[in-house]
Design a protein around this ligand. Structure first.
Ligand code: MN
Length: 713
């Protein structure tokens, strides 16, 4: 257990650190943020018993060590107030500006994600999700400092909780620190996590390491001395530092390479810091002259930097007694980058306004990485890599079970449903995003928890094709619709054919298999199904097929039969895609109707007096007698035009009359005033012709209504 914190002392130390690089007025704003946070967290305590404010203060102090800007320090001090107190984002914006409020909001969003459980195998996706959500690099740095302090004070938690946090740190946060090139932080998070995840192994290893160091001091000193002498002798000014091995990396090497403790430890490490790039290569040459290099161990990260911006020369030499000596050679600036990564590029600028813009800061960071590359040439690829990884064109969302799915930006719940399973997509009817019902076309955002509601008889809506983003969803919807259309047209074809046969007093079920086979062979068609589907789609005429099945027709008779209609087909209005009510005349039950079979469209139903229909009278062969089924329960749309005197309140009267007659208005529009009268266009939902007549009757009773016409084109 650590001694209780001394807040006053901690705060003074923090203030001094901040004053060392910020302007006095900014120090004042940071101080104000501290007092604000102090008041907000009053009465709250950490598990350790310390006042809660000690945590944000420690996080802010870490950021001050990294010399981050005023906004980031303010946000660090306030990073838990939105989560743990009643303070809102708007209040923070009022007191400390929009940027600080955005940063706090960004950290709070990451905290929310963190509290969701995720599948352990998906650490990689979870990291990407966090990076994608943190649109500002500063949010990541605050989050990392937050995690660092929580790890440093982990003893206060129960052992099981400690292990969970430690594992998460090892799998999620240490790699993120590495990803943004923050090496010292990366190492410290790993060491802390290792200590809490495997306390016993940690103790044994650290004891062994301590003992080994004592024994080896002499050898290390000897090599260090030799290296230090050799460089000035070659005219190279350099700083040489012995490198301490970290316990976790020793542990990992032992596991991964199945080495013993002494085998791992018998590798000595030195770092050589020089003034510029050419000197790096000179130093390399000088050291290769001192001890023999191990072939194949030389790596040039100056020419080809690592993805996180790391640059250095690595080589392994064979030292005295045959012990391997690992040497890293780099410039002071590269060393700084290697230790602090992104944070090392956080150049504090006098002009705060240039720092407030996310794009600019991000750009600046990338730019500084780019400049770093310019000496070595191939930088574009590297830059692309960083950009893509930090702000990817993907969104990461949770399934209700905590699995993370990566979808392209702009993806909707329908895409999500198909990504989970084709059946979920096909049966999807609604969705809940973060426990709230949302439309299926909603664009998903990072960290959303998406739940799809399915119904056993549901089917994809063709309209989905207008907004789905993924190729999988698009292909599956198309596939389903095509199959559905063919099963609907088969059903219609069977209906048409059986009615055509009934007209000849033949039951379709009575047609022998041999008769069908002969017919199929004669037409060169594969299956009965195909024939029925062809009839449904208007590619074959039911009367002709019926006649041929009834008993050998020749070609001439076929042509004659073409004119004869089969018996009447009953229309229910809900047949699906193979029976369509014509858009031109919009027939409703009660209207005299006629059907036309169109190639590829199936049966289209028109009113008898449809003008569009008269144009196609010539194709009599494809006409089918149709009639309304007696038991229709759905409603139909119909368009009417009302000419009315232009007086105030007339639209309200008309709407009221329509509602009174239990009809819905689907659409309404109007023409301009034409000398005292106006034309109003309504699309209404009606049950049938009688219902429409009743509506028209009550509309005519309105004094202002001059004329009403039903529109049929
Ligand atoms: Mn925190």
């Amino acid at each position: 257990m650590h001694p209780p914190v001394d807040l006053a002392e901690d705060f003074e130390r923090f203030k001094a650190r901040v004053a060392a690089y910020l302007k006095p007025e900014d120090v004042g704003r940071v101080e104000a943020a501290y007092h604000f946070s102090f008041d907000a967290h009053r009465g709250q305590f950490r598990f350790s018993g310390d006042p809660y404010i000690s945590h944000p203060l420690a996080v802010a102090e870490t950021l001050a060590e990294w010399q981050l800007d005023t906004q980031a320090l303010i946000a660090a001090l306030l990073h838990d107030v939105m989560e743990d107190t009643a303070i809102t984002k708007a209040q923070i914006a009022d007191a400390f500006g929009k940027v600080a409020a955005e940063l706090v909001d960004g950290v709070s969003k990451l905290d929310k994600i963190e509290n969701q459980s995720y599948e352990e195998a998906q650490a990689e996706n979870f990291r990407k999700m966090l990076l994608a959500m943190a649109r500002d690099v500063r949010v990541i740095l605050i989050k990392l400092a937050d995690r660092l302090h929580n790890m440093r004070t982990l003893e206060a938690l129960r052992p099981d909780k400690r292990r969970r946090v430690a594992r998460e740190t090892l799998e999620i946060y240490a790699p993120i620190a590495n990803r943004v090139g923050f090496n010292t932080l990366y190492r410290e998070l790993q060491e802390l996590a290792f200590r809490h995840l495997y306390p016993l192994r940690y103790r044994v290893l650290s004891k062994a390491l301590k003992a080994a160091r004592g024994n080896r001091r002499e050898v290390v000193g000897k090599i260090l001395e030799a290296v230090k002498k050799r460089l000035p002798a070659a005219g190279i000014e350099a700083e040489v530092i012995g490198r301490e091995k970290h316990l976790y990396s020793i542990y990992r090497k032992m596991r991964e390479k199945s080495l013993s403790f002494s085998q791992v430890l018998d590798i000595y490490g030195f770092r050589v810091i020089v003034k510029d790039v050419p000197t790096c290569y000179l130093a390399l040459g000088a050291l290769h002259g001192l001890y023999k290099p191990v072939p194949g161990k030389f790596k040039d990260y100056l020419a080809i930097p690592k993805a996180n911006g790391y640059q250095s020369l690595h080589t392994t030499l064979i030292g005295p007694y045959g012990t391997p000596v690992e040497i890293q050679i780099r410039t002071a600036e590269m060393n700084h980058v290697a230790e602090s990564g992104v944070a090392s590029h956080w150049l504090y600028k006098e002009d705060q306004s240039t720092l407030t813009d996310l794009q600019k800061t991000t750009h600046k960071w990338l730019q500084s990485l780019l400049e770093l590359q310019s000496a070595s040439g191939d930088s574009t690829e590297f830059l692309e890599h960083v950009k893509v990884d930090l702000f990817p064109g993907e969104v990461y969302v949770f399934t209700p079970r905590g699995k993370i799915l990566a979808l392209p930006r702009g993806a909707t719940p329908v895409d999500f449903a198909y990504a989970v399973h084709t059946d979920i997509g096909n049966r999807c009817v609604a969705c809940r995003i973060n426990f709230e019902s949302m439309p299926l076309r909603t664009e998903l955002r990072n960290g959303d928890r998406v739940e799809i509601i399915t119904a056993p008889l549901a089917a994809p809506n063709p309209n989905w094709l207008t907004y789905v983003r993924t190729a999988k969803a698009r292909a599956q919807i198309r596939h389903f619709l095509k199959n559905q259309q063919s099963s609907e047209s088969t059903a219609l074809g069977e209906q048409l054919l059986s009615q055509a046969l009934r007209a000849m007093d033949i039951d379709i079920r009575g047609v022998a298999v041999t008769v069908w086979d002969r017919f199929l062979r004669a037409c060169g068609v594969k299956s009965k199904q195909d024939v029925l589907s062809d009839i449904g789609l208007g590619k074959r005429l039911p009367a002709i097929v019926a006649r041929r099945l009834a008993g050998g027709l020749d070609a001439k008779q076929e042509a004659a039969a073409a004119g004869k209609a089969a018996s009447t087909i009953l229309i229910h209005g809900n047949e699906g895609m193979t029976v369509q009510l014509a858009k031109c005349c919009r027939p409703i039950p009660g209207d005299p109707i006629i059907g036309i079979i169109r190639k590829g469209q199936g049966l289209v139903v028109h009113t008898h007096d449809c003008r569009a229909l008269s144009r196609s009278r010539r194709e009599r062969g494809s006409w089918v007698d149709v009639a309304w089924a007696p038991d229709i329960s759905r409603s139909f749309e119909v368009s009417i035009r009302i000419v009315a005197n232009n007086r105030p309140g007339v639209l309200a009267k008309i709407s009221a009359a329509i509602a009174e007659e239990e009809s819905n208005i689907v659409n309404v529009s109007m023409d301009d005033d034409q000398g005292g009268t106006t034309s109003l266009y309504f699309t209404l939902q009606v049950a049938d012709r009688i219902h429409l007549a009743r509506i028209l009757r009550s509309l005519r009773r309105i004094p202002e209504v001059v004329r009403i016409t039903r529109l049929k084109d």
